[in-house]
Design a protein around this ligand. Structure first.
Ligand code: MN
Length: 379
């Protein structure tokens, strides 16, 4: 492999994040609601971050200073990337890294998937979205994903229409809708899929957005040796399950223009589950319902997209397996992302790959979803 860092590779990102200001909710919501929205407190001495969400508490380990992707002061990328909280400085970070346009999710707002009160979630989502759209107004390189209050279909549909009118092109939904209601394959969700199709909003399923249960396992599936990487692997599957539910229950059959991207979850799973769904559809045909107009794999190959950061295998999903809908993603400014080494990563992934495959993954797939975004500079 040859790595030529002198040539800049420009890439769009199917997975990036805004970082909300600390006072986002206190400045936009009445105190009785603001105090229940997600907030983070860090216990640097003990190495824990505690997230408070609507009366629940979730503790997670913080990286040790100087270890892994933190610097010697213990600052994460989010804390040291100068543009993570400033819409003008962020463009400088993107230029330096070679990232052109981004699908941008919230950060602390990802935790809204653990809210259980529909009124709180609807108000919180409006506050996040009214703030996020200002970024998109600042630059067309920011494609912000609207936070959709999913606890009732009515609040979800209302916010889809409101945010589409504000100019959003993408709608962020948790990979699992909630702990005790109807799952995404249930017909009760049909008005939401119809609203998304009607408005042309792309569904963004960011991995790891299952509602956490403070009384239960808190997102932790494994403890003991290997637990950290096993739990990281486990976060991957929710996005695959979400799109499989839409395919199998006929959502893309009824709404052929609807598209969904699974962000941050790798890419070779696409052809894999396409084959599994086809085998089930064919071999278990007598019990399959609803009947679909096309094979499940056709919806996956056409309506579903994915973004990955470092995965070496992901590029082969395009050239070896024929799944065209693969995007790269920076995950800026999160710990799992490529900030500080984006060009190195892009060159390692693409230097030995055919130009059309590189173009498809770094720019073309994203352009399918968001054709309004101006073209990236040519290298
Ligand atoms: Mn991400």
């Amino acid at each position: 492999m040859t790595t030529d860092l002198t040539t800049k590779i420009w890439a769009n990102s199917g997975d990036s994040h805004l970082v909300e200001p600390d006072d986002l909710f206190t400045s936009s919501l009445p105190p009785r609601l603001a105090e229940r929205m997600p907030r983070s407190e860090k216990d640097v001495e003990e190495g824990w971050e505690i997230l408070y969400v609507d009366g629940q508490q979730f503790r997670r380990r913080m990286p040790k200073p100087g270890h892994g992707l933190t610097d010697e002061q213990g600052r994460t990328v989010m804390e040291r990337a100068p543009g993570s909280t400033d819409m003008a400085l962020r463009l400088q970070d993107l230029d330096q890294e070679g990232v052109w346009a981004e699908l941008v999710y919230p950060s602390i707002g990802i935790w809204t998937s653990s809210i259980r009160d529909p009124e709180l979630l609807a108000a919180g989502a409006r506050a996040i979205n009214d703030w996020a759209i200002e970024w998109q107004h600042f630059s067309p390189r920011y494609v912000c994903a609207a936070t959709i209050p999913f606890l009732t279909v009515d609040t979800a549909v209302a916010e889809v229409h409101r945010t589409a009118a504000l100019g959003f092109h993408a709608a962020s939904l948790p990979v699992t809708p909630n702990n005790d209601g109807d799952d995404y394959n249930h017909p009760s969700w049909e008005p939401l899929w119809a609203a998304l199709a009607e408005t042309g909003m792309v569904i963004g399923f960011h991995i790891g957005t299952e509602p956490h249960d403070a009384a239960g396992r808190n997102g932790v599936h494994y403890r003991g040796p290997g637990g950290a990487i096993l739990n990281y692997m486990e976060t991957t599957y929710g996005g695959q399950r979400a799109v499989a539910k839409l395919i199998a229950s006929g959502v893309f059959d009824r709404h052929p223009s609807l598209r969904a991207i699974v962000s941050e979850g790798g890419a070779t799973w696409g052809p894999f589950i396409a084959d599994r769904l086809d085998e089930a559809y064919r071999q278990h045909g007598s019990v399959v319902r609803p009947t679909l107009s096309r094979l499940p794999s056709e919806y996956l190959y056409e309506n579903v997209y994915a973004s990955f950061q470092h995965d070496r295998s992901a590029v082969a999903a395009v050239w070896a397996m024929g799944w065209r809908n693969v995007c790269w993603g920076s995950d800026y400014p999160h710990l799992e992302g490529t900030f500080g080494h984006t060009q190195k990563t892009l060159h390692e992934l693409f230097d030995d790959v055919a130009p059309e495959v590189r173009e498809r993954i770094t720019q073309g797939s994203f352009r399918d979803l968001f054709p309004h975004v101006p073209a990236a500079p040519t290298a």
